[in-house]
Design a protein around this ligand. Structure first.
Ligand code: COA
Length: 158
């Protein structure tokens, strides 16, 4: 019997996720607020994926609805006292509340108890993302010191 809404399950990154990540990365709606909004080649993607897959400090989670990949959450140690959070939802599943469900079920400080704060770097025009992060406790937006089109938000407790 199907549950409604279907439960959102979380698992660690696998090598078989590479093609899906490549596809969503190059979707126009997905990449437009990235620091590098241009499409990437399969070689560039392969390098990126290999460094992601071998990174033992950071965490990269894949979320699925009934075994279908719908999104990811990345928590990357960026400096001694902060970890950088980024999230991506497959464009076919955006606008359905999935990112909100991921944030609602994530306890950042349980995932990484060593960090003092979590930060998110978000394009000023990425209203969905700004709304999402601020709703889940990422506050004090300030302009990025180098990338003037980006804001940095921070979260200091769950
Ligand atoms: C940003 C992103 C993660 C949002 O995921 P999503 O599953 O579509 O988001 P949700 O459906 O949970 O909606 C999040 C919030 O945005 C709002 N929203 C949805 N569509 C919107 C739109 N077109 N304009 C403004 N706000 C919108 C929702 O109402 C919700 O806010 P609420 O909780 O106050 O109602 C997704 O669009 C994405 O992956 N974008 C590409 C990658 C990216 O930009 N990542 C963020 C930078 S780290």
């Amino acid at each position: 019997m199907h549950q409604f809404p279907p439960s959102l399950t979380k698992r660690m990154l696998q090598s078989s996720d590479s093609n899906w990540l490549f596809e969503i990365r190059n979707n126009e709606n997905f990449r437009r607020f990235f620091v590098n909004p241009n499409p990437v080649s399969s070689v560039e993607h392969q390098h990126w994926f290999e460094s992601l897959y071998s990174d033992e400090i950071s965490q990269f989670w894949i979320f699925e609805l009934e075994r279908v990949r719908v999104g990811y959450l990345r928590v990357r140690v960026s400096d001694e006292d902060a970890s950088e959070v980024s999230i991506g939802i497959d464009p076919s599943f955006q606008g359905m509340g999935i990112a909100s469900r991921i944030f609602a079920q994530t306890r950042f400080f349980e995932m990484d108890s060593k960090t003092e704060k979590f930060v998110a770097t978000v394009h000023k025009d990425n209203l969905k993302s700004l709304k999402l992060f601020s709703r889940y406790g990422f506050i004090n937006p300030r302009e990025h010191s180098v990338m003037k089109d980006f804001l940095v938000l921070e979260k200091v407790s769950d």
